[in-house]
Design a protein around this ligand. Structure first.
Ligand code: DLL
Length: 442
């Protein structure tokens, strides 16, 4: 059941609970999962050597490649017959990564998501439009079970078929919507193109995540749809959506479900834990999972942990918005750039639509970024048509290059495109097209 007291528990009590659960988890993985037993033995650390939460840094990390090497069920800690649900990530490189859940895992996850929805402003009895994809992806079913657990009326619409989504939004009048920020933006834009005002809707809050997004995107969504937009984080390897969520009271940082996970931030190069406030890679250890426990899972996601408790009264630690993924990071003349930082510039420019794509290439030994951005219809009319050589277009291009240089401290190329030419997403948007590996294999 939904347990509000756990969210405001004193830190000491919470940490004691975490430690007890950690010991249990370590014992289980050591006994049941040969991969962890070998990794612990190799590191010379036994579960009994972990005498405090901080001792966790003595344990080895788990990486996505470990999941691939043990594909499909090698890291499960229970008999396959006890696994009642399988999920996975789409896997851009070959096989997907596979995760499993026992009945109890599904109950815990649903309770965690129910709590997350309440944190974001949802209530029992709300009509809830769930536009996350249903399937192997954890978004659809993860939010669905949590919403049902809370006692909401869930509309399992999934992603795609946007005109139908709009009809259902109008007819069912939901209070809440969940989906990737890029897809919900696509819904708003489609409403506009149908001559409808996206602000005339029943929505009060949106639960957006599964892809990187910025404060500017929050503003855009809140203005376009007249709702409050909250950030939800999660990953299938750790559980799925609900690992962390922003509260509607502060909308400032995402509360980590610390009764279920122990969170660390490490320097991705030295692998040393970093103090609160410093940006690094998020690492999670599950504390309650039965079928697929993970120990020190390196997420590849960059964020920092807040130092201060939240004004909302919840005691669970807050993490920042995801600043980017390590794999997407570009190093240009010693400067680390996350393509997600580009979104802020594109969304603040009045002559562009909120759609963009970042192409990364390797020219010789140097990485180079080209930002593809769409001009708006209004701008096109003002400029008298699409002509990259006209003064209007040159001015816009120059302004964006200038703004990007101020923000990222590097020079990028900019390619302006006609309205409606960049891909619209129905799930996770493809913002980064990384062509660097093409050159490496030649
Ligand atoms: O995306 C789970 C999820 C579903 C989260 C619905 C939120 C809402 P995966 O498909 O395994 O799981 O992808 C996980 O997506 O490592 C991040 O890189 C990215 N991601 C997830 N949430 C956010 C977010 C789901 N709020 C990967 N901000 C993660 C930025 C996010 N990136």
């Amino acid at each position: 059941m939904y347990q509000p007291h756990i969210e405001t528990m004193g830190r000491r009590e919470l940490e004691e609970l975490q430690f007890k659960r950690l010991q249990q988890t370590l014992q289980t993985v050591y006994e049941k999962v040969p991969f962890y037993r070998q990794a612990f033995d190799l590191k010379g650390t036994q579960p009994s050597d972990i005498k405090s939460l901080e001792d966790i840094s003595k344990l080895p990390f788990t990486k996505k490649s470990d999941l691939r090497e043990n594909y499909p069920f090698g890291l499960f800690a229970v008999d396959r017959k006890e696994v009642v649900r399988i999920h996975g990530s789409s896997g851009t490189k070959g096989k997907p990564t596979v995760v499993g859940y026992t009945k109890q895992d599904i109950l815990n996850w649903s309770e965690m998501v129910a709590r997350a929805i309440v944190t974001a402003g949802g209530r029992p009895g709300d009509m809830f439009h769930n536009a996350y994809g249903y399937g192997l992806f954890t978004g659809g079913l993860g939010l669905h079970y949590g919403a049902e657990q809370l006692g909401m009326s869930v509309v399992p619409i999934s992603g795609g078929n946007t005109p139908r989504q709009i009809t259902i939004l109008e007819d069912f009048a939901p209070r809440g919507i969940a989906g990737t920020p890029s897809y919900v933006l696509n819904i708003a834009e489609t409403m506009e193109s149908m001559g409808k005002d996206p602000r005339s809707n029943s929505l009060e809050y949106g639960i957006f995540g599964a892809e990187p997004w910025s404060e500017e995107m929050r503003q855009t969504l809140e203005e376009k749809l007249a709702l409050k937009a909250m950030d939800i984080y999660g990953l299938s390897e750790v559980m799925g959506p609900g690992v962390a969520i922003e509260c509607i009271e502060a909308q400032d940082g995402l509360h980590v479900a610390e009764d279920h996970f122990y969170v660390e931030v490490i320097d991705p190069v030295t692998e040393e834990p970093l103090p609160r406030g410093q940006l690094g890679e998020l690492v999670f250890t599950s504390l309650t999972k039965e079928a697929f426990p993970v120990i020190r899972y390196r997420t590849g996601d960059m964020a920092f942990l807040y130092e201060e408790p939240c004004s909302c009264g919840r005691t669970h630690t807050r993490m920042s918005r995801i600043k980017g993924r390590i794999d997407d990071m570009v190093i240009i003349r010693g400067v680390n750039v996350f393509p997600s930082e580009i979104e802020a510039v594109i969304l603040s420019h009045p002559d562009l639509t909120p759609y963009y794509q970042v192409h990364i290439e390797r020219i010789g030994t140097l990485d180079e970024i080209t930002v593809h951005a769409e001009v708006s219809e209004a701008f096109l009319q003002q400029a008298g048509g699409f002509n990259l050589d006209s003064d209007h277009f040159r001015r816009v291009k120059h302004e964006i290059i200038h703004e990007l240089r101020n923000t990222l401290l590097i020079t990028t190329k900019v390619h302006l495109c006609e309205p409606q030419t960049l891909p619209r997403s129905e799930g996770k948007a493809v913002r980064v097209v990384d062509k660097r590996h093409l050159y490496q294999s030649i």
